[in-house]
Design a protein. Sequence first.
Length: 533
Amino acid sequence: MSALLEVDKLSVTFQLPTGPVMAVKDVSFSIAESETLALVGESGSGKSVTSTATMRLLPELARATGAIRFNGENLLEVTPRHMCRVRGNDISMIFQEPMTSLNPLHRIGRQIGEVLTKHKQLKGSANRQRVLELLNQVGIPEPKRRIDSYPYELSGGQRQRVMIAMALACEPKLLIADEPTTALDVTVQAQILDLLKSLQAQYGMAILFITHDLSIVRHFADHVAVMRYGEVVESGRTLEVFDNPRHDYTRMLLDAIPRGRKEPAPADAPVLMSGRDIKVRFPLKKRLFGKSEYFEAVRGIDLSIRRGETLGIVGESGSGKSTLGRALLRLLKSEGDIRFEEADISGLDKSGMRPLRSRLQVVFQDPFGSLSPRMTVGDIISEGLKVHHPEMNRRQREAEVIAALEEVALDPAMRNRYPHEFSGGQRQRIAIARALILKPELLLLDEPTSALDRSVQVRVIDLLRDLQKKHGLTYLFISHDLSVVRALSDHVLVMKEGRVIEQGPSETIFSNPREPYTQALLKAAFLENEVAA
């Protein structure tokens, strides 16, 4: 089969003030019609730069050499005007985060329609009719109503479907999908992958699929090319590469799966925290006369967690996981009974909770967003000591910072640097050190690994296990990544629409789930082999 896209010795160099940096080095691969090639590798491997070069969307400071042949034509040599005709008509792209790719000021119908106006000269009622067809095709519910919605009015999965509709508007021959499922729940991710497969069969498209999630690649791609430091280190048919990897880096990626199980807490461990009939409501509308309207985010949940245990809380976005976690730590107003070491903390306000804050700490999903860019790492980690231990002098605080950094396997000499100077995994370790320095008894871990590469995830999970064993920590672990939850949790609580639909020991939930919803989550995460037949 002849190649639709052929990338031949592509190199991309960025001319920076500090000197040239080569981000892509002699990369070669090809894709035939109706085929799917996956470009895989960790962050910084050059995957996205390669795809951007294919679309001729590199910034001015970048220079691409080699050849990118599409239907035999070298796209690096065509005029910008000609390239504009190729984009959209023949090659389209789906980006990782649809919320930043869609214009928040324009309705989605207008944004999809612009593509049709520019490339197909469709206007008026014909344009609107085609937009409705596309929205229906990508599975947007009630397209006649949603066509006039703004991006913020749609869920993450719906926004990604809108991006797919825009990309498919002109029925391209090649679709480039750059991490299109990274920010999505496992069930939505499965829906998007199924949608892409069905649309590929319908249109006969080739797909260049960029991801760092190898479990997706095994089920989705015909061929795979593994990138590291801007180079392709291994390529071939997907099953052949997965079953018989030749390169050490490929083997490392394939082995970067959360493994093992957490050691159980002592059978006689006391209950550290419990909740009974916990409810959280958010006001929607306030009426001048009559009752106000509320949205129930958490609906009457009971739970308990013993000292030294990990309670995993799983479910799709909007299920109430994070709301429940924040309610337990009294970061949100809630109804019901919450007890910490048998003391009722349900009615405590901010000042009443302050003495307990050092014992109840939080590690958030995005360390870059939760760490102040204007403070050094040392100041970030020691900030809690200034609040909870004002009697400490500067030298004592610095000694504690050094000890905390060593505990999370970071060089204490880095404490005078700023967050932007660290990788994602290092920033998450800094966030963990900031929580640990106060010697907490319970840590709320809210999606702490979801933004990290798989290999970095594994290292952070091992770190969390070691710290829990060393200090007897108790974890509330919130995640939609079921493989991570399985590796860390003693018990699992499955949430849907604010309610607990299933809970029990981790092994029971993963090996013999009772509820269809839990089974669907496991299947969507490619963990269906864990479900008993």
